[in-house]
Ligand binder design. Structure first.
Ligand SMILES: [Zn+2]
Length: 180
């Protein structure tokens, strides 16, 4: 697999010296991690980084779309993401890669890096995932799966007819649901 296209590289050398703000942007076709969301097209990213005291403030924007399973019927659902994220980066000599550290003293999380050339792929993937809904629905009234067939129900109404005169369903139907 060609991983180069998913590396989101940013050189923080100038920001580390406090020489103003640096900006970068680009697009990735897909995520490397097999657990990451499956993109339906290029994910565009844009970041701004500037030194703030000992740290570097990173301000980023993500725009793209991915496919998730409907929480009820498991059909694929396209979800658009247009999100902003902000993180703190801290340079530490000899540190490898980009590691998230939690500082109890000020209750802040920081990404620690050693090499000014950082790969933001992990951060971008994480914030993209955070922007995805925990339970997406293909439609607000998705009837879900039929417990008997395991297939997606045609519609709530039809399903009700199939339930027949089962008193257990009758009791449920007597409950007033919003929108019925
Ligand atoms: Zn559904």
């Amino acid at each position: 697999m060609d991983t180069a296209e998913t590396v989101i590289a940013l050189n923080l050398a100038r920001a580390m010296k406090g020489e103003g703000e640096i900006e970068a942007e680009g697009a990735v076709a897909r995520f490397v991690s097999p657990r990451a969301p499956v993109l339906t097209g290029p994910l565009t990213w844009r970041v701004r980084a500037a030194r703030a005291g000992e740290e570097i403030w990173l301000d980023g924007w993500l725009k793209g779309a991915a496919v998730v399973e409907c929480a009820r019927c498991l059909e694929p659902v396209r979800h658009e993401v247009n999100t902003r994220f902000q993180v703190l980066l801290l340079h530490r000599d000899g540190a490898h890669g980009l590691t998230l550290e939690y500082d109890q003293d000020d209750d802040q999380e920081r990404y620690v890096f050693g090499n000014p050339q950082v790969d933001l792929t992990t951060i971008v993937t994480e914030f993209f995932e955070l922007a995805m809904p925990p339970a997406a629905l293909c439609s607000p009234d998705c009837p879900g799966l039929d417990p008997e067939t395991g297939r997606r129900r045609e519609s709530g109404r039809e399903d009700r007819r199939q339930r027949g005169d089962d008193p257990r369903w009758k009791a449920l139907e007597d409950i007033d649901l919003p929108g019925e």
